[in-house]
Write a protein that binds this ligand. Structure first.
Ligand SMILES: [Zn+2]
Length: 281
């Protein structure tokens, strides 16, 4: 399955951001959610789009795309407790301060490539795992902060984790954060609403009526109840991945109320307006 089919919203978001001069993607990106492998694939896709010298399609054969697909691009590095270790580093359980210093030193010299550092953990079989406060400790994170805060133009840091709160707050506050939902369970379907409501908690309050209008436009092909149920699916998945986000519970209740209003015959545009004003804070 192509990544763009699996995550149409996120891939399109980054494609557009990378092509736009006005809204380039942040230099520090954080993905969270239970599907670490998909996060990693997304991170590689961003690295590919940033470095591609061809047509940027899924089967582009330019040297950069080839290198990234084969896992040997010289400027796209996986940083984990077992990858990208300097020679004098014998730490085995953590991403070390030495690794962070190595990155800082690399950034002193310029590169013809857009450098991408993907921070994650791996288990003994090599499966991608998430960062947490054990494998990515405060000292290492702190020594990275300067590189993240004053990045050279063509450098991107990407952090992968299960729960946002598994990372120290200084990294979170400097990163643009994206929830990457698990797509393995068919019964948690939310594809109809994804383009409108992905990461809705990041949407500015001034956009509430805009979002409501977009939701209402979806009713051309999908019933309002189905839209609201998909929205709840999305929230439930987000809640599973971020237990501390208590606002999600309130929001699930608000959507439940909206479903009731629809069933009582209220018009969908009014129901969506009211709902968006509640959940877009
Ligand atoms: Zn290419």
């Amino acid at each position: 399955m192509l990544l763009s089919d699996k995550y149409p919203f996120l891939t399109e978001f980054f494609q557009t951001a990378i092509e736009s001069e006005n809204h380039p993607p942040a230099h520090s990106i954080l993905f969270y959610g239970n599907d670490l492998q998909s996060q990693y694939t997304l991170a590689l896709e961003i690295a590919r789009l940033l470095n591609c010298t061809g047509d940027k399609t899924d089967n582009c054969q330019c040297l950069n795309c080839k290198w990234i697909n084969e896992g040997k691009h010289p400027a796209v590095l996986t940083i984990s407790r077992i990858d990208s270790k300097p020679d004098d580093d014998d730490s085995k359980t953590v991403i070390s301060v030495k690794q962070s210093e190595m990155i800082r030193n690399m950034l002193i010299t310029s590169s013809q490539f857009h450098r991408v550092f993907i921070f994650c953990d791996k288990d003994d079989e090599g499966n991608i795992q998430g960062l947490n406060k054990m494998n990515f400790q405060e000292a290492t994170a702190n020594s990275l902060l300067k590189s993240i805060e004053e990045p050279s133009e063509r450098v991107t840091f990407i952090f992968l984790t299960r729960d946002k709160n598994d990372l120290i707050s200084t990294i979170i506050s400097r990163s643009q954060c994206f929830f990457v939902p698990t797509k393995k369970r068919q019964d948690y379907n939310f594809e109809v609403i994804e383009s409108v409501l992905s990461n809705y908690w990041e949407i500015k309050r001034g956009e509430a009526f805009n979002v409501s209008e977009k939701l209402n436009a979806l009713t051309k092909d999908t019933s309002p109840i189905e839209i609201l149920e998909q929205f709840q699916n999305y929230m439930l998945l987000a809640l599973k991945n971020n237990n501390s986000a208590k606002f999600l519970i309130d929001d699930i209740h608000s959507v439940e109320l909206a479903k009731k209003q629809i069933n009582q015959g209220m018009k969908s545009d009014i129901v969506f307006d009211e709902l968006c004003l509640k959940i877009i804070r």
